[in-house]
Structure formats: C-alpha cells, structure tokens
Write a protein that binds this ligand. Structure first.
Ligand code: MN
Length: 215
C-alpha cells in the first residue's frame, strides 16, 4: 500500500483488496475509472472509495486479474452491503461497471447527478465540477479525466484527481438532500435511485441508447 497526502486528505493506494477493517460511518463515496465509456469494449481500472472528506482508498485492477474477483472480497462486501449508503456522481455508469466486472448488485444509492437534475432546474450544468463550484465553492481540476487509467504506475496527479472524485460527494449529498426536501422531491429521487438497477439491466443488455419510455 502507498499513502499520499493532498491538503487535508489521506489517500491510500492498495496493492489488492481494501483492508479487512475499514472504519466508515455507514456512508461511502464511490467512483470508478475505466479505459473508456463503452460498457462492451472498456474495462474497469480503478475503484475509489471515499470514507470522508479526509480519507480515500483506491483499489487498482490489472487486466490479467479482472477475472479473479475473489481477490477483492472486502471491496465486494462493502459494495454489496445494503446497509451502507453509496454516493455516486452519475451512478448509472459506475453501477454498470461494478455489476459487469465484480458481479455485484450495488443497492442503497444516492446519485448527486440525478439529485442535481431534480433540484437545480435553473441550469443544465450537472457535472461534478459544476456542482462543486456552485455548491461548495471548490474548483475541481478535471485535467486527468481522460488519462490512461490502465497504467500500473498511476501518477500523483491521477491519484489526486481520482480522490477528488469521491471526497466532495458527502457535502454535495447533504446540500442536495436539503434542496430535495425543500422542493418536495425526496420521494421522487428515492424512486429514481431504486430504478437505477433496472436502468443498468437495460444498459448491459443492449438498450443503453434507447429511451424505453419514448413513443
Ligand atoms: Mn472519476
């Protein structure tokens, strides 16, 4: 394991699985990095697990080891734990990647992108960078967004970028929840988060570009 420190955040890059005892509050931030955005072509490279604003764990996947999911039993167990709330930004893609490569049905979700679309109706800017800027006054550096995540030697910049994709999700969720409550859209958001399982089924079965509800 390698440890990095960026401002107040400690980032732990694990050689294999997460540690046996990972202390968390029942809520984690999750993101994935892949070789691209095509679910049938691209592969999982990295999973980021944010514990708080100050702690983030990275699990790297080598191509040759993607079949050996037994190696990642602690990671799989936390993702499959229905009692743990998993916060994502654009959960739809990450959930499909997690289902496809780790064979995990990840439930109990909060998606900051869906929540943002339900309450920030005054804008069409729902990227993580936009949310961090407007709601947290934090400037997110997305320069490493399209970089080679399959490399075995991740750069310090990549590690920093990867951690930044999960450590702000806690504060964003808190603010978005207040807005969802204020606008009476909390129940609707929960129904949408539950529907993500079905959306992922469709995405992984060839209906990813189809709006099944359209005429
Ligand atoms: Mn990311």
């Amino acid at each position: 394991m390698k440890t990095f420190k960026f401002a107040e955040t400690s980032v732990f890059l694990h050689n294999g699985d997460l540690p046996d005892l990972l202390d968390h509050s029942g809520e984690i931030g999750v993101d994935t990095e892949t070789t691209g955005l095509n679910l049938s072509r691209d592969r999982l490279c990295l999973i980021q697990i944010g514990i708080s604003k100050n702690e983030c764990h990275l699990v790297q996947f080598k191509k040759s080891e993607l079949e050996k999911v037994d190696k990642y039993k602690n990671l799989i167990s936390i993702l499959a734990n229905k009692k743990v709330k998993k916060i994502f930004h654009y959960a739809r893609f990450d959930l499909a990647v997690i289902r496809k490569f780790l064979n995990v049905n990840c439930e109990n979700i909060f998606c900051t992108k869906i929540a943002s679309k339900l309450v920030r109706t005054y804008t069409d800017r729902h990227g993580l960078k936009d949310l961090c800027k407007e709601m947290l006054e934090t400037d997110l550096n997305k320069s490493q967004q399209s970089s080679d995540w399959s490399t075995s030697n991740l750069s310090k910049n990549q590690i920093k970028y990867a951690s930044h994709d999960v450590i702000f999700l806690f504060e964003l969720k808190k603010k978005l929840l207040e807005m969802l409550e204020r606008e009476n859209r909390l129940e609707l958001s929960e129904k949408l988060f539950s529907f993500l399982q079905t959306r992922v089924d469709l995405d992984l079965s060839g209906w990813c570009d189809t709006d099944i509800f359209s005429h």
